[in-house]
Design a protein around this ligand. Structure first.
Ligand code: GN1
Ligand code: MG
Length: 372
């Protein structure tokens, strides 16, 4: 283990007796470690180096987390049992800051490791799907009373699909090295297929049909923590992109992550499958957790969001591949291209199931849904 990691862990007050530091999770942006502390009463905690080429002002993330944590604690205190999600607590350094900057400018933070929990890479049943959907709906509901503009924008342009499309066009116009023919053809065809719908959510926002709220931004399956005893979801972690946005980004992202039973990186793209029962379960859980706060317009744009966000992520992976893997971490060259193909396959499955998905939404919302 690097002595440097031990030293950094020791900068935080809670690091009473750091024994080991190990890599944790499989995030594509930040570096995350589990710090194991030895001794009676010592608690393990999470140490993270925030990727400052993605997050230009990581202090803003800390402000947002503190604001939302205080808000949730107040609701919890006032006895609203439907909002029992807990968030990790940020730790202070010996100097009294909530972050530590190392000699190379690396931005580190530490937070509690929520005990008796586990995360999963792929759902195993509809009960889990409902629990995830409920947690996301309850999270949105609990944050409704925070004015979106009270939160900092930690990642400008995040989930603004037309912006990702412009970046893709720009990189192609500047002579990117293209992938092997068949792979390139498939990806480029998928981009072409979704191009006309890229602005669907942003246009709805600009025309006032959809409005911003506080959102999570990155509610992929492994950011939900399940309780070892109850098997329910007790926490939603990875709060870097907690900022104003459309709930549709979150719902689309959660569904694209949870309903792909092949996972985000299957060995072959034929393993990609969109599980309709999981999708129904997530939406059902979401409606219940959000306590019917969705407007008719919100519901009208749900299918568009479910279709858009995997396409957007495919585009982001593909663009990053063409740019030389500068944003998403890769172990090998070609990994972002593969990830892109997985998302585009998922997008194709969602398009194929359009009629049925619209029926699911309509039956859960007890309304007819106009297709967008
Ligand atoms: C990134 O934090 P992490 O690595 O789980 C990305 C998400 C993608 C996700 C795909 C800030 O999330 O938008 O959906 O990878 N986060 C950011 O796995 O870009
Ligand atoms: Mg994240």
């Amino acid at each position: 283990m690097s002595p440097c990691l031990l030293n950094i862990a020791n900068e935080f007050l809670s690091a009473q007796s750091v024994a080991t530091v190990h890599a944790l999770g499989s995030g594509l942006i930040n570096d995350t470690y589990l710090v194991h502390c030895a001794g009676v009463g010592a608690r393990d905690f999470v140490l993270q180096r925030v990727n400052s080429s993605v997050f230009a002002a990581p202090q803003l993330i800390i402000d947002n987390i503190q604001k939302v944590s205080t808000h949730l604690a107040q609701q919890h205190h006032s006895g609203d049992e439907t909002k029992t999600l807990i968030l990790p607590t940020l730790y202070q350094t010996h100097a009294g800051n909530y972050f530590f900057v190392d000699a190379d400018g690396g931005f580190w933070r530490a937070m509690s490791y929520i005990p008796h929990t586990y995360s999963i890479k792929v759902l195993s049943n509809v009960t889990q799907a409902e629990a995830v959907g409920f947690a996301l709906g309850a999270f949105h509901h609990a944050l409704l009373s925070i004015a979106p503009n009270d939160l900092h924008v930690t990642l400008p342009g995040f989930h603004i699909t037309p912006r990702y499309l412009a970046q893709y066009d720009d990189i192609l116009a500047h002579g990117a090295t293209l992938p092997p023919l068949q792979e390139w053809y498939d990806c480029h065809a998928a981009v072409a297929q979704g191009r006309s719908g890229a602005g669907v959510l942003e246009n709805a926002k600009f025309s006032g049909q959809l409005t911003e709220r506080p959102i999570h931004g990155d509610p992929k399956l492994d950011n939900f923590l399940f309780d070892r005893t109850t098997q329910g979801v007790v926490s939603l972690i990875d709060l870097d992109t907690l900022q104003p946005g459309l709930i549709h980004y979150d719902i689309g992202d959660c569904i694209r992550s949870c309903c792909n039973t092949g996972g985000e990186s299957p060995s072959g793209i034929d393993a990609v499958d969109f599980n309709l029962d999981y999708c129904r379960g997530i939406l059902q859980g979401y409606f219940s957790g959000a306590q019917n706060t969705l407007t008719a317009k919100d519901i009208e744009y749900l299918y568009a969001a479910i279709r858009l966000i995997p396409w957007e992520l495919g585009l982001r992976f593909l663009t990053d591949h063409l740019a030389g893997d500068r944003y998403f971490k890769v172990a090998t060259r070609g990994q972002n291209l593969h990830r892109a193909r997985v998302q585009f396959r998922l997008y194709a499955e969602i398009v194929r199931h359009r009629t049925y998905l619209l029926q699911i939404i309509a039956s859960l919302a007890h309304t007819s849904v106009k297709a967008i």
